[in-house]
Design a protein around this ligand. Structure first.
Ligand code: NI
Length: 174
């Protein structure tokens, strides 16, 4: 297992619509393991493949927050929403590709998702609370959409300018 570098916005690879995973290969299994390790290390509750530069439809998440609770690592391949509640909720979101920037985003309160697991089996589950927010945020990544794309243009441009500055500082620090 190894940590993979996380791309920071703005990056053209974060704006691409990702391709479906055609087959669960050893490379896909290794990618999923690395993504989970990278997500826990960050730390974060979700990470999508394009955030590590792989333009394929796959994300990982674990939204267990309770102290001492067992982790619940999930790998969702070719995920799709099969149902979304009419009721919405606003949560403060962040993103490992947009460090230390947070904003409220309104999304359906509950979603039902269908995906393929690492064994190639079809899975379906309902998510709510933080799990629902995270699953929708990560699915957005697979369509080249970031949480700041849900904000107004002024807020989005402000955050993007901060990220450009951050990347410049990091490049200079080498
Ligand atoms: Ni994100």
């Amino acid at each position: 297992m190894s940590l993979r570098p996380i791309l920071i916005h703005p990056d053209p690879r974060l704006k691409k619509v990702c391709a479906p995973v055609a087959e669960i290969t050893p490379e896909i299994r290794a990618l999923a393991r690395d993504m989970l390790e990278t997500m826990y290390d960050a730390p974060g509750v979700g990470l999508a493949a394009p955030q590590v530069g792989v333009l394929q439809r796959l994300f990982v998440m674990d939204c267990v927050k309770e102290e001492g609770a067992d982790p619940r690592p999930m790998v969702l391949i070719n995920p799709e929403i099969t149902w979304a509640s009419e009721e919405t909720a606003a949560y403060e979101e962040g993103c490992l590709s947009i460090p230390e920037q947070y904003a409220e985003v309104r999304r359906p309160l509950q979603v039902q998702m269908r995906w393929t697991d690492l064994e190639g089996a079809t899975q379906e589950a309902a998510f709510d609370g933080l799990w629902a927010t995270c699953a929708q945020h990560e699915l957005d990544h697979l369509d080249g959409k970031l949480f700041i794309d849900h904000l107004g243009p002024i807020k989005r441009q402000l955050i993007t300018r901060r990220m450009v500055k951050l990347k410049r500082e990091r490049a200079r620090a080498g």
